[in-house]
Design a protein around this ligand. Structure first.
Ligand code: HEM
Length: 482
């Protein structure tokens, strides 16, 4: 005991201050309190987080496995360089997020994504109250569902032209490549009246690198997908700001007083003090819309085509609906809003395609207050993700979830907060109507002109930022008699 005492005493002398320091630190940071109650889960490997697991297993399995392992309501992970992201799950989780916008949550996108896409100086202008209000009111104006109705003839004309030039001369086409071409060209035309194919390619080629890399691991080293996204993002920004500046000069020369497209509408709008948006502010909005619509709508068109090529009984029913519409029109007469309203079965087919192969995977939020959810603490300033993967294939909400069954969308359709390809609540995708029109117009043109046969019968569709056919979905075309 005597031999033990000095040793014990010196240990006490060493440990006591350390324990007091730890206690004070813990009390100050509240670390035990939040650790104890943070949602269960793992931040994975240092630096890498759980990105590898997410990439290897795919988002659906990643979410499903962790719901089983940790909690069906919410679990914690680390993705895209962000630790302690809480993934909210199930219809209840979606409902919580969609109904607490502004009260507890605000939108958040990874810094890496903003860096690749936007002019940073104009991201900061979001703190200017007048300019923020102007952006919000422009956004409401641009995304009024009625505003999109006038796009239908232009969408139809471009779809016809696209099939004449890129499908008719070929016996086999790669659908994903074609749908990217069609959707990007359409967006350039409708948003900025850019129709010159050379100018469109100058934008679309680098844009593909940006969308491929902006949601990858944010490692900016030569050769990484993120590095490509940053580099090509500079080209995109330069091209878009040139288009914006040219249009501003035209407007200043009084060539135009009314908005002929989204771009002019934005350049002509002023805030309460008569201030216009700067060229980089307008460029950021346009690039944001291009980014939000490009991969999502090209994936949407591709996954619908995938099922039309794969399921003859579905194709035949869609063809019947579309042929009746085509027969009610003169050969050169373009589609109208009334025609779109008749495409009910075709839209149900698209909805079922998006359930099984979602064009977008979910969205982030940042918490503005600390709160408790399902018994766990969600700290202020932490990141949250809602995802389509906790409900779309959940047999509780969709019996026989792997079965392709468009009748799920008949009548009142799926239960609230279970079918969420476009999100829900005040932040629900404002482009949903644009996407619906674009997909239906394309389906009309394709099925009335071609029968499709998959060139790779069991081609997989991989789901990362969007659902993408592994080999681009090559199909053999069998032209129909007109
Ligand atoms: C099939 C195609 C599309 C899908 C599946 C889709 C899906 C989504 C989703 C899931 C969100 C996030 C909602 C949230 O934060 O909870 C979103 C946001 C957004 N989408 Fe779409 N989208 C599509 C097409 C489009 C198109 C064509 C446009 C523009 C013309 C567009 C513009 C936007 C914008 C501006 C936002 C951000 C809204 C905000 O933060 O308030 N989207 N979209």
């Amino acid at each position: 005991m005597e031999a033990f005492s000095p040793y014990f005493l010196s240990l006490l002398v060493l440990l006591l201050p350390l324990s007091i320091y730890l206690l004070l630190f813990i009390r100050k940071t509240g670390i035990t309190e939040s650790r104890k109650t943070l949602p269960p889960g793992s931040n994975g490997w240092p630096m890498l987080g759980e990105n590898m697991a997410f990439a290897f297993s795919g988002p659906h399995k990643f979410v499903e496995d962790r719901m089983r392992k940790y909690s069906p309501h919410v679990f914690r992970t680390s993705l895209l360089g962000e630790k302690n992201i809480s993934i909210f799950c199930g219809a209840q989780g979606n409902k919580f997020i969609y109904t607490n916008e502004q009260k507890l949550l605000t939108s958040w996108w990874p810094q890496s994504m903003k860096k690749a896409l936007l002019f940073s100086e104009s991201v900061q202008s979001n703190t200017n109250i007048g300019i923020s209000a102007l952006k919000r009111s422009l956004h409401r104006e641009i995304f009024k569902p009625e505003a999109f109705k006038r796009y239908i003839p232009a969408m139809d004309a471009l779809a016809r032209d696209h099939l004449d030039h890129h499908w008719i001369p070929n016996s086999t086409v790669e659908i994903f490549h074609m749908s990217k071409k069609y959707t990007f060209e359409l967006a350039c035309r409708l948003f900025m009246s850019v129709v010159d194919p050379v100018q469109i390619n100058k934008l679309s080629d680098p844009f593909t690198f940006v969308t491929d890399g902006m949601l990858s691991m944010p490692v900016n080293l030569p050769g990484t997908a993120y590095n490509h996204a940053i580099e090509k993002g500079e080209t995109v920004k330069r091209e878009v700001v040139n288009i914006v500046t040219k249009r501003r000069n035209e407007l200043m020369m009084n060539k135009e007083t009314e908005g002929r497209d989204l771009l002019s509408t934005m350049l002509l709008a002023t805030d309460e003090d008569g201030r216009f948006l700067s060229e980089t502010e307008v460029s950021n909005i346009i690039i944001g819309y291009l980014a939000a619509s490009f991969l999502t709508t090209s994936s949407a068109v591709s996954v619908v085509m995938n099922y039309l090529a794969e399921l003859p009984h579905v194709y035949e029913k869609v063809l019947k609906e579309q042929t009746e519409i085509a027969k009610s029109k003169k050969p050169d007469e373009l589609l109208t809003w009334e025609d779109i309203e008749k495409m009910k079965y075709s839209w149900n087919v698209a909805c079922e395609s998006f359930r099984l192969m979602p064009p977008a995977q979910g969205a982030f939020r940042e918490t503005t207050k600390e709160f408790t959810y399902a018994g766990f603490t969600i700290p202020k300033g932490s990141k949250i993700l809602w995802t389509v993967h906790s409900t779309h294939k959940n047999p509780e909400y969709f019996p026989e979830p792997e079965k392709f069954d468009p009748t799920r969308f008949e009548g009142s359709g799926p239960a609230p907060y279970t079918y969420v390809p476009f999100g829900g609540g005040p932040r629900m995708c404002p482009g949903v109507e644009y996407a619906r029109l674009e997909v239906l117009v394309f389906v009309h043109n394709v099925v009335t002109r071609f029968k499709l046969e998959k060139a790779i019968p069991n081609e997989k569709v991989v789901i990362h930022a969007s659902a993408i056919p592994a080999h681009g979905l090559p199909v053999h075309l069998h032209p129909r008699d007109k």
